[in-house]
Structure formats: C-alpha cells, structure tokens
Ligand binder design. Structure first.
Ligand code: ZN
Length: 510
C-alpha cells in the first residue's frame, strides 16, 4: 500500500473493496440459485439475497463516501477520469449519487420480488402458464417505475433504467440507431429468404448427447482461451456468465440433444463475456478501474467470439476435425462449407438466443418497444402476450404457438432487467466495429483463426478494451479503438460481405 496516498483515498478504497466482498458473495448465492439449488430452496434464498442486497446498498449509500469523495475531488489525482484514481473517484461519485436516491426499503423490495419473480418465471415457462407469472411481473413493473422516478431522468423514465446498463446512452439515440439498422436489415432478410440457395440446416439436428456436448464445448472453450483454472462451465435454464472473484468466472449453458448450435455457440458466447471479466485489472476487481464500462461493450465481447469468430469459415476449418472426433456419427461426413453455411442459416424464428445474426436485432427491437410501453404505462401486463404475438407477426412474419416460446422465453423481465435488451443490439454494433479495426490491424486474422491461434485476437481485445475497464466510456472505447463513433454501417457491411456469397445475392439487393 502506498502510504503517500491521501487517507481519504485509502479509506474509500478499503470501504469499496469490502462491499465487493459482499456483492461477490451475493453473486455466488445467485449463481447457485440458477445452477444447483433445489426448487424448494427458493424462498429462503430470496431472503438471503435480499439481506445482502440491503447491506450492500447501505454501504454504497454510506454518507462517509460523500465525505471522502468531497475531499478527493479537490485533489489533482481525481481530475483525469482516464487515470486509475480519477476513474475510481469519478465513477464512485456517479454510483454514490444514484445509490443515495434509492431508499433501502425499495432496493430490498426489488431484490426480494425479482428473486421470486425469476423462480416464478422458471415454473411458468415450464408449464406455459403466463397467467401464473403475470401478478409478480405486474409488481416488478411497478417497482421499476418507482426506481426510475427515484433516480430521475431527462426525457422518459426508461432513460433512467437504460442508464443502469449503458451509462450515458439515451432512449432517443438507441431508437434512432435501431431504426437505421432495421431499415438496412429488412431488405437483407427478404433477399436471403427469396434466395434459391439455402443451407441444409438439418445437418445440425442429428443428435448430440448432453454430456458429449459438455465435454466438447469445454474443450473448444479451453482451446479458444477460456482458463478453467479461473472459471467453470455449468448447466442452467437461461445461460449467463458471472464473476465471483478476480480469478473465478462462471459460465453456463443449456443442452439441446437435437440441436448442436444451441449449447455450442452459447458456450462461445459466455466465454467471450468471461474473457472480458478475467481480462480487467485483477487488483481493481469490483472497483471502477476493474469493472466493465457498459453491458453493450460486454455483449460486444460475447458476440465477437460467438459470431464473428465462431460462425466464420476459418473457425470451422480449424474446428470441424475436432467436432468430427467428438461426434463421429454427426460430423465426420460433413465438409467445412456445409457446416459454415448451416451455422449461418438466416431465417425468422421464435427464440432470440437461437436467432441468426441478421434477425436477432429484430427480436431486440420487439422487446425494446414492449418494455418501453410497459414502463410508460401504455401497455398492461395482462395484454403483453397479445402484444408480443402481434409484433412477432409484424417484424418477423411468424406467430409463437405458445407463451413458453413467446413472451416467457427470456428471464430478463422476471429479474427486473428493464433497459437491458437494447444493450444486446449495441453489442452487435460495437462488435462489428471492433472486428473491422482488428482485421485491419492484424492483417492475417483469418489465417490465425484457421490455425487455432487465438492469442493475437485476445491481445488486441486486451489492449483496446479489457484493460481499460471503466476508465473509458463505451463511446470513448469505440472511438479510440476504431477511430469512429457508434454506427450501424460496419455491422451491415459485415453481414452483407458474409451472407451475399453464401446466398448468392444479386449485387443490387445485397
Ligand atoms: Zn451475452
């Protein structure tokens, strides 16, 4: 410890580090709840998590933080947000101002209700019973509106919720970017659907035992760079990645024995999140200079590995022999081109997490619109399933046959995560921008991937993204790494370049 540092800084740091011990302990309880806990453990677990959340909130809103910050903000060390201490002081100020606006009782109530909400969602989804889930969802929506009102906002309550996940981003800006994107994607989907050249997707539905998938997924994740000395892979209902310490990252997936891509690309996706978590400075774990800058940036890392790498032709040149070794009956007779085309099958479908790269963003736009209507009070929870079906017809031309594969498919709303969905689309946009910049800088990215040499990719991501944590905002990271601001064009270009040759699209429609 540097004794020349001001006492206020040492006190603030030690306070924040202790809070991180509590929040990572809560993370372990949440991880266990979603992977291992028996069903009837639920109500008591909700109490445990709510108690910890209350304690964490109390610490985050402790008046001494205001005093320490007040002192530190007078000093030169706090001036530059891009420096470690400047980032610590300025981001802690942001978090503190938010925390003191929320009453402890509201925080505890939200936590308790959303833990029960997630448990209720698991059952409702299993039994395709939206009515059983509706009462708790109504309560959650009401609590999130209270939260938005307490936090305050410029234009709409949704802004306050969005800012929790994508700091600095606004509803109006996201609406504009997604509209630009949709305008480009709709004709692309139409051209692909009309093409006579279609992949044989049935080659990925041949039968893959869950334990074999688990072994194979772990093997590939390890070869791609996931460190199993610092992480684990487990099974869950709704896959996620969580960090429980600077050297303890948990990724999860679910297995479909009749559909290879679900778990495989899910594992690559979550591993991408894991690389970011494990790539931030360990000695600042849980503090702003060691925490992710936004969920959109987090998602850019997962989508990069899942799609830009994992659904690329060079990747399958490397990976197909491994797949054929693990599943001889399902892969040995397939060519790289067959698998490459099949994993890039573009087709409107019901389930967001299994959607292709093109239609995925339409799934997000639907949720983004519906949750804004719920928060503004324009849409009642009881009308949500119908509204969901209408939008799926309108944007994707398909109607969910039931609620389990419709409005009940995502965990987010049951967990109170309103404002989260748009970060997925932002992640796709950032990922395409990073890919273009990385390609230009590395020069031989395809050859590296073909050889299974992923280290230069990790080095690029570490240098331009991971190491900076919150020292740069999402907008600043993109600008610094790519030389340009956020734009929908690199994603559109990437999709066209990949899909036009596969689907033999005429130049005019691509
Ligand atoms: Zn993700």
């Amino acid at each position: 410890m540097n004794t020349n540092l001001p006492t206020a800084l040492l006190d603030l740091e030690s306070h924040l580090r202790e809070t991180t011990l509590l929040s990572s302990t809560r993370g372990l309880l949440e991880w266990d709840e979603r992977t291992k806990m028996p069903l009837q453990g639920g109500p008591y677990r909700a109490e445990q998590i709510a108690l910890l959340s209350g304690m964490i909130h109390q610490r985050a809103s402790d008046a001494r933080i205001g005093d320490w910050l007040g002192e530190l903000e007078q000093l030169p060390l706090a001036e530059d947000r891009h420096s470690l201490h400047g980032c610590l002081v300025q981001q802690t100020r942001r978090n503190y101002e938010k925390a003191i606006k929320l009453p402890k009782s509201l925080v505890e109530e939200i936590t308790r209700t959303t833990v029960l909400g997630q448990q209720s969602w698991v059952e409702a989804r299993e039994h395709d019973d939206f009515a059983a889930f509706a009462p708790i969802l109504e309560k959650i929506v009401g609590l999130k509106i209270q939260q938005a009102e307490a936090l305050g906002y410029d234009a709409t309550p949704y802004d306050a919720l969005l800012d929790e996940y994508e700091p600095g981003e606004t509803t109006s800006n996201v609406t504009r970017i997604l509209a630009d994107l949709r305008e480009q994607l709709v004709p692309l989907v139409a051209a692909i659907t009309d093409s006579a050249n279609q992949p044989d997707s049935s080659i990925l539905t041949r039968g893959y035992a869950a334990d074999q998938q688990q072994q194979f997924g772990s093997r590939v994740a390890g070869l791609v760079g996931f460190d199993f000395q610092r992480g684990r892979l487990d099974t869950t209902h709704h896959p996620f990645c969580t960090d429980l310490g600077p050297h303890d990252c948990r990724i999860t997936t679910r297995y479909d024995e009749g559909f290879f891509p679900a778990a495989f690309f899910g594992i690559l996706h979550e591993a991408g999140h894991g690389f970011y978590e494990l790539g931030m400075p360990d000695d600042w774990y849980g503090l702003p200079p060691g925490s992710c800058t936004s969920l959109g940036i987090h998602e850019s890392q997962s989508r990069f590995w899942e799609n830009m790498v994992g659904r690329g032709r060079p990747f399958w040149q490397w990976c197909l022999p491994l797949a054929a070794e693990a599943f001889p009956e399902s892969f040995a007779d397939l060519s790289v081109d067959q698998v490459y085309f099949a994993v890039n099958s573009v087709k409107p479908s019901l389930i967001r997490v299994e959607a292709d790269e093109v239609t995925y963003n339409l799934h997000i736009i639907i949720r983004f619109e519906l949750e804004q209507e719920l928060i503004s009070g324009q849409l009642a929870v009881s009308d949500l399933p119908d509204a969901w079906r209408e939008k799926y017809e309108q944007y994707l031309g398909i109607t969910p046959p039931n609620d389990a594969d419709g409005v009940l498919q995502d965990i987010h709303w049951s967990g109170g995560m309103f404002g989260y969905f748009p970060t997925y689309a932002l992640g796709n946009l950032y990922a395409a921008q990073f890919l273009a910049a990385m390609r230009a800088e590395l020069g031989n990215m395809d050859q590296l991937v073909e050889q299974g040499d992923f280290q230069p990719l990790h080095d690029w991501l570490a240098k331009h993204i991971h190491q900076h944590a919150q020292r740069y905002s999402a907008a600043e990271l993109v600008e610094r790494a790519t030389g340009e601001g956020l734009s929908h064009l690199p994603l559109v270009d990437y999709l066209r370049e990949k899909l036009a040759p596969l689907y033999q699209l005429p130049a005019s429609s691509s």
